[in-house]
Ligand binder design. Structure first.
Ligand code: ZN
Length: 369
């Protein structure tokens, strides 16, 4: 039943839907507003478009050559004969100042103000034609009329996440964890886990969880579940248990029943129905309308071959799943349909005639935000 702790993790996207408690079934919730990253090739890159701005910051972080960055801004045109080369160089420099710095845990440099190049209407046109600017390229100056203010938090977060997902592991290793934000740390942890570098993933995630947990975009409920699950994966179940018990005693950023729910899932997964029952009852007491709590109760009975009680709990969960948003509801119903089918036919959970839905969390389609 690998994955059971994570799929019990409650809210997926707190900001989008603050009142609901839903299951998590994405491999890697990025916890960010995803900005579409398709950038159309055009004459000059439009930095007023958030997606382009994200890409520009990522490039600025990874491209040491300022001239290449400026040429990309100019629409991959050679800068030498470009009338607005000085503007592209100017914006390239500004971008590099604002880009997340890998060696600095993705924080940017302290901002400095660099004055934008000015050309008067009556000055010579920078293209070298010898004409006055107003008689030459002035009409095309529009295309570089960017308002390049500091990136919004969403653009910044998206750039950091993109950077982390595109960095080679040997670069990712150089990031000083003590300087990285909670969001960067969780993204790094997810990437390390993807690379099957469990130890790195655990260290990065622990650093995030030991922090103030004050990033409103992060689902600490999810990451707590993930941490416990990775410890189990690393054959450190005892530590996972201690970690979850500590979370229950001294939780911050999650509700007591959420910690109880993870403990219940953990003990059921570990084949300890007595502790499983204690915690599942605590979770149900704290959140009686959460379908996942009843699903766990069903699983608990199921592992004990108590098919009738299992069926009753699954049916209870089914009757409550309308609390979830549509996609989560579909997923919950799929989980329940499989569990119910087994319980009604008195088949155990280990009976692998078909792939149990409870193990599908790694392959389930991600929630679209
Ligand atoms: Zn000109």
């Amino acid at each position: 039943m690998a994955g059971i702790v994570t799929i019990s993790c409650g809210q997926l996207w707190r900001n989008a839907n603050p009142s609901s408690n839903i299951i998590c079934f994405v491999t890697m919730p990025s916890s960010l507003e995803r900005i579409p990253t398709t950038v159309s090739a055009q004459q000059a890159k439009d930095l007023n478009n958030p997606a382009v701005y994200v890409e520009a910051l990522v490039r600025a972080a990874m491209e040491p050559d300022l001239e290449k960055l400026a040429a990309w801004l100019a629409g991959d045109q050679p800068l030498a004969d470009h009338p607005f080369a000085m503007w592209y160089r100017h914006f390239a420099e500004k971008l590099r100042d604002m880009a997340p710095r890998i060696e600095n845990g993705f924080q940017s440099k302290p901002p400095r103000s660099i004055p934008a190049p000015q050309i008067g209407r009556n000055d010579l046109c920078p293209c070298g034609s010898g004409k006055k600017f107003k008689q030459c390229h002035i009409d095309q100056a529009e295309q570089v009329a960017w308002k390049l203010g500091p990136p919004t938090p969403a653009i910044r977060a998206s750039a950091v996440a993109t950077l982390i997902h595109n960095m080679p592991p040997q670069e990712l290793e150089k990031v000083p964890l003590n300087k990285a934000s909670e969001l960067a740390l969780t993204e790094m942890a997810a990437v390390w886990h993807q690379h099957e570098r469990l130890d790195n993933a655990l260290v990065a995630l622990k650093t995030a969880l030991d922090g103030p947990r004050d990033d409103p975009h992060l689902l600490f409920d999810y990451w707590i579940a993930r941490y416990a699950e990775w410890l189990v994966e690393a054959d450190r179940a005892k530590e996972a248990e201690e970690f979850l018990l500590d979370e229950y005693d001294d939780r911050h950023a999650i509700e007591p029943w959420q910690a109880a729910q993870k403990l219940a899932a953990f003990y059921i997964d570990q084949g300890d129905p007595d502790n499983g029952e204690t915690w599942v009852d605590t979770a149900i007491e704290g959140a009686p309308d959460n379908p996942f709590n009843h699903y766990l109760k069903g699983l608990l009975h199921h592992t004990l071959d108590q098919y009738e009680q299992a069926t009753a709990s699954y049916e209870k969960a089914q009757s409550l799943s309308h609390h979830f948003r549509e996609q989560e509801q579909q997923y919950m119903e799929q989980l329940l349909a499989d569990a119910l089918d087994r319980a009604r036919n008195q088949r155990s959970l280990d009976d692998d005639e078909e792939e149990p839905a409870a193990e599908a969390d790694e392959t389930a389609p991600p929630v679209s935000n």
